[in-house]
Design a binder for this molecule. Sequence first.
Ligand SMILES: [Zn+2]
Length: 480
Amino acid sequence: MSAIAALPSARIADEAWETAHADVLATLRDLIRIRSVNPVPADAPDGETRAARYLADRLAALGLEPEVVEPVPGRGSVHARLRGDGTGGGPFLLLSHLDVVPAPPERWTHDPFAADIADGYVYGRGAVDMKGMVALEYGVVARLVAEARAAGRDPADDPIPGLRRDVLFTCTADEEAGADVGAKWLAAEHPDWLRAAGAVNECGGVSVTIAGRRLYPIQIAEKGIAPYRIRVRGTWGHGSMPREDNAAVMAARIVGRLAAPTPLQVTPTMTRFLEEAAAALPDGPAAVLLRIAAGDVDGADADRAMDDICDPMYARALRALVRNTLSPDVIQTGVKYNVIPGDAIIEVDCRVLPGTTEPEARALVESLIGPDLLPACTIENLVWGEPVETPASGPLWDILVATLRDHDAEAVPIPAMAPFGTDAKITIPLGTPTFGFSPLRLDPDERFLERFHGIDERVSLEALRFGLPVLYDVVRRFCG
Ligand SMILES: [Zn+2]
């Protein structure tokens, strides 16, 4: 039994939920068909603005007064506000992004921008990252507006019945490429669109079935981003007389050193994640997770143990969450087979744990390159995205956990970290506790993590059907 009041969604008739679900589905399909690709392609230069205007039109049709901003033509974000009576504290933010990564169609079984429905799934770029959540958040807004209208209120001006806080609906541009013309711009120009007493965003609240147990990691932390460009100086020469300071050879050595796994470093968030996951899992996998949490295993052994207990898809994510990672992703060198190159460029994607600074990330790269090769290198930081963390405690956290359990009796909600970045990098420093919580209950064998930026991105109709009342209850409980 939850200590929090009964489920608000239970007061709404099944037929009303059916109608709302159909509307969420239609909204998602419309959004997928708007090619809001980032980096912006030449043949669809205004996708984000079209997506923002589409939502603004839908919100205006509900009777709200949405705003679209475009710091750069074509790069639109949209915002609307539902009023509470103001007695419950700061607002609640429904956060999302409108852009999607490119989707070369060759290996897809469905056109990535057609929003086909097949086998109980909606297919398309953005289905999980993150137009599905945009549609769910819109669905909650539409539901609240319907309740205001039923009570004879004007949703543009009057408080929504039962809401003690305002509800903000903000969809950003440019999340997939650094947020400069999305959340970062909004934080400077419209901070009231992002500042709230609590927020839900992507990357969490999605079921993960491991050893038959349904875990729901809720994102509370994300790693920092610190890519570096390393210029390697060797000596130009004739390929007939090999030399040790061939920049290609030096670069190859450096890449090998950067790619080796770094030592385990288990942060408090991950300790709690591992311990709470262990408590839900059978003895064998639980023992492995507890050993990693306790730090009494070395990195290579921990990696092998993770491979043994989970699917490679999850093991890869888990390995990345218990250490700083480096992935050398670009190597450029050489002009001709018989010319020894004197220059090489390596770009390495470095992701660091909360608590790590940029100088510490750089020091890690330098130490891995090693004292023999470091003098030949100049190292340039390309981007710095601070790691962020919000506490897994407080009223909103308790509501997220309780609401998942109320909707899925077997749910095991646990606090988690994302190995990559989201707009939470911007909202958490603004003072908004931001949780990755886009509630979906998936089939046990759905390879959700591989759908992110992958081929055949899709979300099941049943998962969306689960998510809408969960999200509605979270809003009603936190704002009630
Ligand atoms: Zn995303």
